[in-house]
Ligand binder design. Structure first.
Ligand code: MN
Length: 129
């Protein structure tokens, strides 16, 4: 089923626009935040089916934002995928340890990106461990 809401937290306009356009083309609804704190606020307000989270963000980075999203029972089960620049390869262990549900590289490969999004959305909320 399409039409699910996806929250994109990304401060780079060009990346945000590309992701937005691809998701809309695939039939998803898109909400956008350009800073980590705004992403957390919108996650609580909108409870999207999936969050795509950049790591380097103003105010709160993606890892701190993820921690706040996981702290709140209202947003805890939303799957969150880290979207990171290839230049941040060295941060991979840190990103994995933070507990993201998936990891997507920028610039995105559209076909792989869509497959990942579909898989994450269709698998539904994260299991409550
Ligand atoms: Mn960024």
């Amino acid at each position: 089923m399409a039409g699910e809401l996806i929250l994109v937290v990304e401060d780079d306009g060009k990346s945000r626009r590309l992701v937005h356009d691809v998701l809309e083309y695939e039939g998803y609804r898109v909400a956008e935040a350009t800073a980590g704190d705004e992403g957390v606020r919108l996650a609580k307000e909108l409870v999207p089916a999936l969050i795509l989270m950049d790591i380097q963000l103003p105010v709160l980075d993606g890892i701190a934002a993820l921690a706040l999203i996981r702290e709140d029972p209202a947003t805890r089960t939303i799957p969150v995928v880290a979207v990171t620049a290839s230049a941040m390869e060295h941060d991979r262990p840190k990103i994995r340890a933070a507990g993201f549900d998936g990891h997507q590289h920028k610039p995105i490969n559209v076909r792989e990106f869509v497959a990942l999004v579909r898989r994450m959305v269709d698998s539904g909320a994260r299991g409550e461990a």
